[in-house]
Design a protein around this ligand. Sequence first.
Ligand code: NAD
Length: 482
Amino acid sequence: MKPSPIQTSAPAAFSNFMDRRGFLRQGAAFGAGLYLATSKSAVAQAENAQRTLKVGIVGCGAQGQRLLDACKDIPGLEFVAVCDIWNFNRNMVMGRFRGSASQPAQYEDIEEMLAKQKDIECVIIATPDFMHAPHTRLALKAGKSVYCEKMMANTIEAAKDMVRAQRETGGILQIGHQRHSNPRYLHLRDNVLRKAKLLGRITHCYGQWNRGVSASQALDMPKKYEIPADKLSKYGFDNAFQYRNWRFFKKYGAGPISDLGAHQIDLFNWYTGKTPVSVMAQGGVDYYDGKDGRQQYELPDNVMAMYEYKTDEGTMRAYYQVLTTSGSQGYYEKLMGIDGSVAFSESPTYNQIYREPNAQSWEPFAQGENPLVIRAADQVYNKFWEKPKPWTRPKSWLDVKKGAADARESKALENWILPVILSRPPHAPHLENFFTAVRTKNPAILNCHVEEAFRTCVTVLKCYESMQTGNKVVFKPEDFTV
Ligand SMILES: NC(=O)c1ccc[n+]([C@@H]2O[C@H](COP(=O)([O-])OP(=O)(O)OC[C@H]3O[C@@H](n4cnc5c(N)ncnc54)[C@H](O)[C@@H]3O)[C@@H](O)[C@H]2O)c1
């Protein structure tokens, strides 16, 4: 019988979020998965099961709300403060505490929150990118541990400031590249690639995030939810359109290549343990150009970037694209090695791993309680990419008939899947890793330390230099140091 995918889940423990019994129950469940956040995490959870962490969240928009929901999956947290300049989003978050014994205090201004709310131990930052550096510095200086969303910053200088703030304070600072704590990504990296080397030498990587055309964020909110112009200007926004669509304006964000590419370009660095030697990129404001009723954005709505890496095995090239005018094939990452390829993503739809026909058999790796790979079920394996096809090698070139395989065509690859699936909210393991580091006062266990995230930030933002000059940018070692 084929082993079925291992679900690495933990039961939700609600509270605000402090139900003691739920907390202890969940502590016991933690050893169960193949990978949770880290094995150290499970031990530390048990050791510190009595300590509740008091948390404040800054930025209550889409991502702040997702992080808060993910925290319901983590025991031992009490939210004591929520902060946002916009009462509508603050209320959205407060609604999640309805019926809870304790209610978080509400703040508009992070400085006021830090000054008044001395009991906060951890701050989660999910504000627009341009506020990450100042907010992180304020929180670290106030002695708090910080979980700050990706992209770290919209400029390299601001990202450097975050590194410096961490070094000056010695505080715990995790950046929200949540794939670093995702059990499927860890299984692939540690077991399939590094230990068993099932893909052989990886020569190419690919990543894409394709989104279809979408309207800009609406401005026609009911009057009571409008955010006054003087408040916007107090917090650095030029107008309501830019406040709502901050990602596409360089004062606040760094466009889709940063917003979405941050996750996937980061993977190239993270998996290889290297930084690239060069990048060549093209992109532009090709669609959202203000013409024919379309909205006008400032930063490129599509980018294609080619990176070159020198790994221990030789040259590796990585291609990345982000589109905002086509949702074709969604978002995923792909690694291509001489012995196999893998297409995977945070979305469980993408979970295909393929053996090259001439590579060693993978059967030995599919045995036992914790197989590295498992055979794809017939109905599953062709759902996304490599279609199995009848293949008989034509006797010669001239034998090729209409519709038959060309003699030069490669044989179809063998279809497998990865057996580890995350069945918790995607941010839960990464947040949990952060809270464990706080509880154990051990930044060494952080899965995405600020110094590592800084290198990703440079890797991504340097695309702009290439786009502006039209030239290949060759990285210098000092580009990645602070
Ligand atoms: N890790 C991920 O998968 C992921 C996914 C989406 C977004 N993000 C990141 O999360 C962050 C927020 O993105 P979002 O989609 O929630 O944006 P959003 O615009 O929906 O929310 C941002 C919120 O921050 C508030 N805000 C702005 N300035 C503030 C200030 N000075 N003080 C307090 N609050 C302030 C806004 O009012 C808004 O409620 C970004 O850095 C983004 O890159 C990460």
